[in-house]
Unconditional design. Sequence first.
Lengths: 346, 274
Amino acid sequence: MEKILTKQSFPEWIEKLSAYKVYAPIKKEDHWDYEVVEKAVGLDPAYGNAVLSPKKIIFPQREVLFEFGSQTKEGFDLKENLPEDEAVVIFGVRPCDAKALTGTDKVFSGDFEDPYYRKRRDAATLVGLSCNTPPSKNCFCLSVDGSPFSKTGLDVLLTDLGETYFVETLSDKGEQLVNAASAFFSDSKKKEKKEVEKLQIDAEKKIVRQVKDVKSLPGKLKEIFDSSFWDDESLSCIRCGICTYLCPTCHCFDICDEVTCEYPLAGKRVRTWDNCQFPDFTMHSSGHNPRPDKASRLRQRIQHKYNYFVERYDEYQCTGCGRCIGKCPVGIDIIEVLNKVNEHGA
Amino acid sequence: MEHNDYIPKPAKLIGIKEEVTGGRAIKTFRAKFLNGHGFSHQCGQCAMLSVFGKGESMISISSSPLQKDYLQFSIMKTGRVTSALHSLVEGETIGIRGPYGNNFPIDDWQGKNLIFIGGGIGLAPIWSVLQTALGRKDDYGDLTLIYGSRTSADIVYKEDIQALRDKMTVHLSVDVEEPGWEEFVGFVPANVKDKALKPGNAIAVTCGPPIMIKFVIMALGELGFTDEQIYTTVENKMKCGIGKCGRCNIGPHYVCKDGPVYSWAELKKLPPEY
């Protein structure tokens, strides 16, 4: 359904959502970050995008899988630590970041369903915010099947019309959220729908960065696997890993044991985000490393996003959010790398 | 409770055998699930072993699926988890989850001659299929084992290999000359060529250090084996075992899920990242 919500009513809507844990992007010194909202607030009109996508809520950077204790007659004491049953609503989700979750959905489901991810994902309602203006000068969602008004992965999409939001519900979860406070919503008119369409056309024109000929990348990337291209492109990398830590689609993780007491044994098995740009990511205990240098690790990042993931899941593992470009301390720019891949050997 | 693949099930160590001592120590562990837990595996599959407080390691199951009483793992002491496993004694409990990965297509190999080519601890991943072939001897033709280690002190399953000689052809090797050694001296690929293995109606299964696998495959190719006749099993660092943690990939393949067993025809199409 399509509705209109005045900006004045927005905080009141949030207030009505007491059955949910509410997340929204909160302004910090020089960035926005998703945090739990304790009191009703509006969305910051200057909001661009959060430094970390809502992936951090669905797939947290650190989570305890289970707690373990010492050996017992039955084996060992073990306490599973699945997320609590708690409905969550996330406001201010940019379309690219919602689309990213449809990729991680595929990774964490399939023949081995990941119950930690699944529980959080099912419990979350995503309220998106169309990008009337690109949040970053490095946005390139149009190159990777995205759009500043994309609805993929969202439950509700809000579009800022100045004094009001145009509200589109996109799933049952989204309708529930609107129905929880239906008094604040009025019916939309044709005029407002037209306005949204115009905003979308204008917004798409404002996205200037572009990966050329994306469709040919998987094939091209296969061709240049062994090329010295990767040595040249990775020369300046300082393997800090920020490109993948900030990426809304990256899902690689580590599992480690944290011991709180040696005798009697007590500890936690913990999952944390990991990073393909780190040397020990793939290093065998023998010391052998299948991806031993910066070149093979940059190649892995690019090949995973634009070749392997496409082959496995039939979509790019990149939504064009531009975070990795904006935050790379040495200026490695995935758009430039990809465009060079396409031109390589031409 | 919903199914959770990350939760290991308790298994008791019912036997620990010291295979090799010293700097390259290898022990063979036999484990039996507790409290009615358990799983049935296929030849070539692996399992995640937990020592709580130390972590998890992916280890190939070296016992045959025909062996229902226990699971067997032969493990070289290398990193944190394998060192912790080596410090355990019989009667202690570990965690096991799995089984993971694909398997050797042994049913497709009925009537064929099977040649097993192992190096060092690389005998463990093919021991399961070797034992199964022996257990179903009528289903297969001639069975041959070619196995090499650095020195005679590094041979795993020493007594078992001696006992095999009545049932199949066995060719051993050590890397360098040593007093009293009467069999082949040199690397495994050289032994493969020396024995002039015949490719007719045969399947060769090999596992060992990556460099050995590479040269064994070349040697087999020189002897006339086709890429489809050669199988190997690959290892890469793993954390989840279920195709999500993202580190064991060879191109678009996850070794934990799509491997570890590959024919050379399949593996040669993938990037050499293993």
